[in-house]
Design a binder for this molecule. Structure first.
Ligand code: PDD
Length: 286
């Protein structure tokens, strides 16, 4: 059985408890991070910790007392659960107020809830999916306007994933005002020639930690990077497409709305970027 972490305690998963009055349960009033584990080490932990701090600040949510121990808690969970390849999920909520109330509780009285657990995923790096690529559909982006904050309010992305599955595909790219925002749980890119095109950072998308690293490595590898909006038609006509996230790294996209991208197999740039990302991020893993 897995060992999980809840508010200062390491517990077997079936003994871990959170109140029914927790604001994440009642109001989706919580933020999260997903950090990948390769060779038993955390990938880009510092980036995830920085974004977590920003999410808390944007929501005027207090840091839990254990905030400065987060790296140690991540490592301890990885160790206790023997994770070689997989993920650490972390969630902070505004805590359990005495009653359901739209107003935030007094932070002096209600302390944040901190939960972490691991998911073992052997084959995360050497993924068969990365060799075939994934198929996506396009759907309308019907999420709220602060997608830069990593909240647990994930119902629409879940619905998008189900729409993709129903269509026999793997994921959905979301469209707003005619332009692709991002995937249900990843950032979206197209490639034309030697140029990577991806939407610029704003409140419209999550500021991916993998995105920042991949764009840095791409520039170092002499690829051009253009941060701008692109349409789904432009994507369908691109040479290559891919997505990035902590759980998929760089994942080639080979079909959009039934249209093959390039020759319908993972392209050379996306494949190379995945290799570079895995290699470079492992060097800095902790
Ligand atoms: N999702 N965009 C969205 C909407 C996301 O949910 C995610 C991550 C990303 C990529 O961010 P990063 O590179 O920092 O993982 C972009 C995580 C993996 C999840 O919800 O499981």
């Amino acid at each position: 059985m897995r060992t999980v972490y809840v508010n200062g305690e390491y517990l077997p998963e079936n003994e871990a408890k959170v109140s029914i009055f927790d604001r994440a349960f009642l109001m989706a009033d919580g933020v999260y991070e997903v950090t990948s584990v390769l060779q038993g080490k955390l990938i880009d932990f510092a980036g995830h910790a920085r974004r977590l701090e920003r999410s808390l600040r944007e929501l005027d949510m207090d840091r839990p007392d254990a905030f400065d121990d987060l790296l140690e808690i991540h490592r301890e969970l990885v160790r206790r659960n023997g994770i070689e390849e997989g993920l650490v999920y972390l969630q902070i909520t505004r805590g359990a107020a005495p009653d359901r109330d739209f107003a935030f509780p007094d932070p002096e009285e209600v302390k944040p809830t901190l939960v972490l657990f691991t998911q073992s995923k052997p084959g995360l790096a050497d993924s068969p999916m990365a060799r075939t690529g994934i198929k996506v559909i396009s759907i309308a982006d019907e999420r709220w306007g602060r997608r830069d904050i990593k909240t647990v309010q994930l119902l629409y992305p879940s619905m998008g994933k189900m729409m993709a599955k129903k269509a026999g595909c793997d994921d959905a790219w979301m469209i707003e005002d005619g332009y692709v925002t991002e995937g249900t749980s990843n950032n979206a890119y197209i490639i034309k020639g030697n140029r990577i095109i991806t939407r610029g950072l704003s409140n419209d998308i999550l500021h991916g930690i993998t995105r920042a690293a991949v764009l840095r490595y791409a520039r170092e590898a002499q690829m051009e990077v253009e941060e701008r909006n692109f349409t789904i038609d432009e994507a369908k006509a691109a040479d290559e497409a891919f997505v990035t996230s902590a759980s998929t790294f760089v994942m080639p996209v080979v079909e959009i709305d039934g249209v093959a991208i390039g020759d319908g197999t993972p392209g050379p740039h996306a494949t190379r970027l995945r290799e570079i990302y895995l290699e470079e991020s492992l060097k800095e893993a902790v």
